[in-house]
Every structure is written in C-alpha cells, then in structure tokens.
Ligand binder design. Sequence first.
Ligand code: FES
Ligand code: FE2
Length: 433
Amino acid sequence: MFDGTTDEISKLIEPGRVHRRVYTDSDIFELEMERIFGRAWMFAGHTSQIPNPGDYVTSDIGRQPIIFIRHKDGKPQVLLNRCAHRGPKVCNEPCGNVKALTCLYHGWTYDTDGTLLDVSMPEGSASHFKKSEFGLAKASRIGEYRGFIFVSLADKGISFDEFLGPMKANIDDLVDRAPDGQITLDAGKHRYFFRGNWKLQVENVLDSYHVPYSHASTVNKKGEQFSRREGDKEGAQVIEENKGKEKPSNKLRGRRSYVVGIGHGWTSKHELNESKRTSDTFDIYKSRLIERVGTVKAEEILTPKYNNSLLYPNCSIMGHNIHIRIIRPVAVDLTEVTVYPVKLKGAPEEMNTANIRLLNVTHSGSSFIQTDDLECFKLTQQGLQSLQSDWIDLSRGMDEEKMDPRLNMLSQAAVHELAVRSQYGAWLQYMKE
Ligand code: FES
Ligand code: FE2
C-alpha cells in the first residue's frame, strides 16, 4: 500500500528515470488528483466561449465538474458544478445560455455567480438554515491572460503570474497572429479518450524524438509532411536521405526544446520557408495584419518561434496547425483529450475554416497524426503491466543540457528528453505532502 509520504514519492523519481508505478498505480493516481489537479493552475476556458451574460460551458478540472459562466455583471465565473443541497451536478449540458441555474432534484435556483436565489418550499427550511451559506462553490482563485482563464482549486500556492511566467510569450505568439489581436475558441471541439495514463499525452506534447517513427506514414516520398498552414506549399521535412539511407532530417534534429520551471516548456519552430508563404487568402490575411501592426512587426509575427508549448500539467498550445489541447485524467489508465480549434479574429473566413478542416485530418479521434500517438499511449500502458523492470528510461541528452544565455532557459535538442525530465521535477514538487 502506498502511503503518500514525501519520502516514498521521492523514491519514484531518479535522475534520468521514473518508476513504472507513476503510470500504473491507482493510489498514486488518487494522490495526483489531490496534489496536482487540486493545487495547480488549470485551464477553465476562454472568454470567447461565453461572449454574453448567462453563456456557459461545462467541463472538469481533473475529476471535479465545473461551470464556466459569464455572470450578469459581465465577469467570467468558474463555479463548482455541485448542488449545495444534496450534490447533483446542476448544469448538465455541454454549453448554453441561462438566466439562472436550477437543480433538477428539488428545484433550488442559483444566480449566474452561484448565489442561491430560491429554495423550493422555503417554509420547510430548518430554523438555523441560512440561504446565504448555500451558494454554488467557486474555484478558489481565478486568473486571466488574453482571454485564457485559469483557476486553482487551492487557496494557497504560487500566484497566477508566477504560474504563467515567461509562457505569456507563447500565448502572445498565438494571439498576435490574429489581425484583430484576439483569438476565439468558438468553433466546437474534438474530444476523445485513450486507454492510458494522462502523463503519456503530456510528455508527448514536447517529444520530437517520436515523430519520424510513429508518424512515418504521414510523410511523402521526399520525407515531407503535408502543408499545415495557409500559404505554405509544403510541410515540414521530417526524413531525408543521407548516404543512401533514410534518416530523421537535420531540420527536425535542429529543433530545440526549452524548459521554464514548474514543468512548462516549448519546442522551437521547425524551420519552414516563411518568406515564400503565399496564396490569395494568405495575402489578404497578411495585409490585414500589416494594417494593424505594421510591416516589421507582421514579419516577426509571421515567423513564429514556437512549435508546441506546454503549460504543465495539462494545457498545450499547438502553434503549428493551431489548436489548444486539454488533457484530463479520468482514471489511472483512462484519459480524455479535448482539442479546441483556434480562430484568428479578423483573418479571412476561408483561412479559419481551412484550419478547422485540417484539424479533422490531423488531430481528431480518426485522423492521420493523433491516432499514431494514441496507439503508442495505449501500447505503453499495456507494456507497463510487464514486471520485467521497474524503470522507464528518460536519460536522452542528460549530458547536453545547456543554459540558453539569451533566454535564460535550460535548452537542448528536442529529440532528447529534457522536457520530460523537467515535467517530473514539477510532478515531484506538486506531489510532496
Ligand atoms: Fe439540488 Fe436538492 S439536490 S435541490
Ligand atoms: Fe505525435
């Protein structure tokens, strides 16, 4: 039996390797729900999902159901979706608009900020019952950056500013691409489950090592992936011929990963020929962007710095074919992934539509890319049932970690495992008593 002491948890993580139990042990999973998902700052939604008072979206933080709702006063609220009477979820649609929230069981009614407005048959209430004490609970802390709303379910811990830190730049990198300076997450979502531990997907977000192998079927004869952005004629060079043999391309090997404390990190952009990017739609988009920010800034924005970014523990910003991905643990061996296509406000409609269509092909539950990863996660979970060894190796590049003096961040080739080791550093911090 696992007792959850700091001493016991620390034994699971060693330099360059982690114990298989972190993926397979349901006692450890229960502790993760309490100590990581109950403490960390977690993505609750984007303000564009709830433009009007009364608009709401329901989801879960770890296993705790929430309602992300815009109150009458215009402020976004994150309420815990649990009736203060006897506990059922009050809001049971994925999204909608309400004047008030009424519990289906005995009809108590709550305002859009969670205040209890009405108790059915109030004459039966006990003499000590105070309506003011029975509102829907709110997330303890809430923070916003450029429409991204994050919450922490714990009263104490690092501030939202400390959590976000230098990762603000990764959000800017995405949002600045919109000619109107705003993105929207109102184009629906993909949602799928895989039979594996949640950390398998989190690790994969910054793993460039697997690309030429698990995604081998996604490249053409020249070793290039399909184009993923409006205006590109070709996609990333993943494989190339070297002395008569097919090898991972130099461009892929040149990609860097960076880590930014508390598990966050990002991979640098795969080099593509930005100056040759053109199409009728792209040229309209570019001129709208230039109109707002000027030529120099537009060139900078159109040469993105980031491929994928991870806000640990479970939010990833995919900068290439753009989407936001939220990873939600359900059980030790079951995980839900939600993919939100990103629309750039002010961009031509065809360009936003093309991006949504592309995500159907690359990152839906029945796509060319994401399904490769899901197969790897499922087979890893199955393989880890073998007791052949207790340890998972994460040592690639351990001798090559370097401080990038310009950014003041630890960095190395993205085909190494710096990012995963850094995630386990954060995991340990959260998991201590
Ligand atoms: Fe919600 Fe009774 S459980 S009103
Ligand atoms: Fe992948």
